[in-house]
Design a protein around this ligand. Structure first.
Ligand SMILES: Nc1nc2c(ncn2[C@@H]2O[C@H](COP(=O)(O)OP(=O)(O)OP(=O)(O)O)[C@@H](O)[C@H]2O)c(=O)[nH]1
Ligand SMILES: [Zn+2]
Length: 309
């Protein structure tokens, strides 16, 4: 009889699957038959954490994966230097949260915009968290308002949080319930602190930057899905900061800037990159003040990195 479950952990040689068994969630270690391995040459892992699979239970109580169901979405990164191709970090994500902190470290619009583009490109719904609001003094109110207004106007939900603001964190928990969510953000913005609040059983060391990083660097680390006691999963992904824009052509980039969509249709050339071409609708909109200068700046930076790849 075939069972259906979700990959919650992977070592590359076996996969831990969570599935419903007599009204509770059980886990089983499964192997993947060799015939799956060669199907997609661009991927170094045929199956990823987050995948929904069908499997059989063998006589020795191990499992054997039979079917990998189609993915709703996924995040990938380039494989580490000793391997060719791309690695799927995690599949079937309900929502990604890009975490920024107001101070220590301050907001990094370049990081944020790059990640928003990635989520748009891979069809991962994304929200923004502005954390460490407890560090705000009166003079920061303008920065906070501008940040929130800009990204809300682009269609992104912006949550203002602090590890000391229980009401905000409880609201975040409601958001996470029964979803598979991932926190992404630069070092030190408070991701671990948020995760510890949300799921105290994780009990992860806060500020433990270096050891965490080293591990990601030297071994091929795979993501894990951490179950939440109130339902849902948090993705625990050591290498997530390294992931990037893998398969985007320069002329496609503006498709992932929501505020450029209507103007790019007015460009004279349909492969316009909105950087130097005559008759460009996006540059005209920028000059007339319809596109925020910081966002256009991010656009040009990302474009540059795509063109120089
Ligand atoms: N003032 C203030 N400090 C916070 C808040 N959240 C976290 N911190 C502190 O910020 C530092 C970094 O927090 P972490 O939770 O380790 O940050 P991280 O994003 O997980 O960092 P990496 O593991 O390097 O990616 C620690 O000293 C925390 O105590 C907050 O809301 N307000
Ligand atoms: Zn253009």
């Amino acid at each position: 009889m075939a069972h259906r479950g979700r990959v919650v952990e992977s070592t590359g040689s076996w996969y831990e699957i969570a599935y419903e068994k007599n009204d509770h969630t059980a886990t089983i270690k499964c192997r993947l038959p060799g015939r799956f391995r060669l199907e997609d040459h661009h991927l170094t892992n045929p199956i990823a954490v987050g995948d929904v699979v069908q499997f059989e239970i063998n006589e020795d109580q191990s499992g054997s994966i039979e079917v990998i169901e189609d993915r709703e979405n996924y995040l990938i990164r380039k494989s580490t230097h000793h391997q060719e191709g791309n690695q799927i970090l995690v599949a079937n994500i309900d929502r990604a949260y890009v975490v920024q902190s107001l101070k220590k470290p301050r907001i990094k619009p370049g990081f944020l915009d790059r990640f928003l583009v990635t989520c748009e490109a891979y069809q991962v719904p994304v929200h923004i968290i502005l954390n460490k609001l407890d560090l705000a003094n009166e003079s920061d109110q303008g920065t906070i308002d501008k940040f929130r207004n800009l990204y809300s106007s682009l269609g992104y939900k912006v949550l203002l949080t602090s590890i000391k603001n229980e009401a905000a964190l409880e609201k975040l928990k409601q958001d996470l319930k029964d979803n598979t969510s991932v926190f992404i953000g630069p070092s030190g913005v408070g991701k671990t602190s948020l995760m510890n609040y949300i799921e105290p059983s994780i009990n992860r060391k806060v500020g433990a930057i270096s050891s965490y990083n080293e591990k990601g660097k030297h071994t091929t680390t795979f993501a894990k899905l951490l179950p939440l006691h109130f339902g849902g999963y948090l993705v625990d992904t050591p290498g997530i900061r390294e992931f990037g824009l893998v398969n985007i052509e320069p002329w496609e980039l503006s498709l992932f800037f929501p505020e450029m969509l209507e103007y790019r249709q007015q460009c004279k050339f349909n492969n316009c990159t909105h950087s130097h071409e005559p008759g460009c609708g996006v540059m005209q909109a920028f000059e007339e003040g319809y596109i925020h200068p910081d966002r256009y700046d991010s656009y040009l930076n990302i474009l540059d990195s795509l063109e120089n790849k």
